[in-house]
Design a protein around this ligand. Structure first.
Ligand SMILES: CC(C)(COP(=O)(O)OP(=O)(O)OC[C@H]1O[C@@H](n2cnc3c(N)ncnc32)[C@H](O)[C@@H]1OP(=O)(O)O)[C@@H](O)C(=O)NCCC(=O)NCCS
Length: 249
C-alpha cells in the first residue's frame, strides 16, 4: 500500500491497481471512514454484506489513491455521477481520469492524466458463448471473429467483451450507447496484447488499447485516449488491521 504522499502519475502514464478480494476486509477497516454519506448508504443497500464491503473497499481505495495523486485528503474528494452512470470527480477538478471494474475475486482501478480511460475485468468461466450472448453489444465484425473461434470460443468472447466494455467506459456511455457501432480487434502491427478500435469502420486513432494480465482466472482490458501510453500494474496489499478495529457492515 503506497503512502499517498509518494504517489506520482506522470503525463502519458497509466497506473492500474489490483485489489484482491482477500484484501477487502482489511481495506474496509482502514478506509471506510473516508466514504461520504451517500457512499455509505449505497454500501448499506447491498443485500449481502460481502458485496457492501467490496464496494466500501473499492471506493475507499479509489479515494485513497486519488487523494495521493492529487495531494488532498481522501475524505475531501467529491464525486458526481454522469447521466450514463460514470462517476466523475467534482472536486477537485484536476483532469485526472479514473476507471474502476470488478468481478468475483478482484477489482481493478486505473488512473491517468488528461485523457479518457476505461478498464474492465471479467472472471474466466467455461461455456460462456451461449447463443445470443453479445447480441446488441458486438458489431458484425466482432460476431464473425467469435464465429471463427468456435467451438472453443470462451476466451475470444471474453476478449471481445472486456475490450468493448473498457472502450465504452472510456467513452463514458457504458453499454447504453450504441455498442454495436464500435469494433475491437487484435492489433497485429503493435503485437500481442494490443488491440485497436474503430467506430462504424473508421479507426479510432491516438489511443492505447491493451489486454491486461490480471492473473490466470481473469480476462481484462484497458483503453486510454493517449498514444503510446506507458502502463504499470501494481497489487494492493495492506497488513492485517489492528485488533478491535471497527468495521462497517
Ligand atoms: C458501465 C458498465 C459497462 C459496467 O459494467 P460491469 O461489468 O457491470 O461493471 P464493472 O465492475 O466493470 O464496472 C462498474 C464501474 O464502472 C463505472 N461506471 C459505471 N457507469 C459507467 C459509465 N457509463 N462509463 C464509465 N464507467 C462507468 C463505475 O465506476 C462502476 O463502479 P461502481 O459501481 O463501484 O461505482 C455497465 O454497467 C453499463 O453499461 N452502464 C451504463 C448503462 C446504465 O445502465 N446506465 C444507468 C444510468 S445511471
Amino acid at each position: 500500500m503506497p503512502a499517498p504522499q509518494r504517489l506520482a502519475l506522470p503525463d502519458g502514464a497509466v497506473q492500474v491497481w489490483l485489489l484482491a478480494d482477500a484484501q477487502v476486509d482489511s481495506m474496509c477497516a482502514r478506509l471506510a471512514h473516508t466514504l461520504a454519506p451517500d457512499e455509505r448508504a449505497r454500501a448499506g443497500a447491498y443485500r449481502h454484506a460481502r458485496h457492501g464491503n467490496g464496494y466500501i473497499a473499492r471506493r475507499g481505495l479509489l479515494r485513497w489513491l486519488l487523494g495521493g495523486y492529487l495531494q488532498c485528503p481522501p475524505e475531501a474528494l467529491r464525486f458526481a455521477v454522469s447521466a450514463f452512470g460514470q462517476p466523475v470527480l467534482q472536486w477537485p477538478q484536476a483532469g485526472l481520469a479514473f476507471s474502476v471494474s470488478h468481478t468475483d475475486g478482484i477489482a481493478l482501478l486505473a488512473f491517468a492524466r488528461d485523457c479518457r480511460l476505461g478498464v474492465d475485468v471479467e472472471r474466466r468461466a467455461g461455456g460462456l458463448d451461449a447463443p445470443g450472448l453479445g447480441r446488441g453489444v458486438f458489431s458484425a465484425a466482432e460476431a464473425q471473429t467469435l464465429a471463427r473461434a468456435r467451438p472453443d470460443s470462451t476466451d475470444a468472447l471474453l476478449a471481445l467483451w472486456t475490450r468493448k466494455e473498457a472502450l465504452l467506459k472510456a467513452l463514458g456511455t457504458g453499454l447504453s450507447g450504441d455498442p454495436t457501432a464500435y469494433t475491437t480487434a487484435d492489433d497485429e502491427r503493435r503485437g500481442t496484447g494490443h488491440w485497436r478500435a474503430s467506430h462504424h469502420g473508421i479507426a479510432i486513432s491516438g489511443w492505447t488499447c491493451l489486454d491486461l494480465d490480471a492473473g490466470a482466472a481473469f480476462r481484462a482490458a484497458l483503453a486510454v485516449s493517449l498514444p503510446d501510453a506507458s502502463l504499470t500494474c501494481q497489487r494492493c496489499a495492506l497488513p492485517d488491521p489492528p485488533r478491535n478495529t471497527l468495521r462497517y457492515t
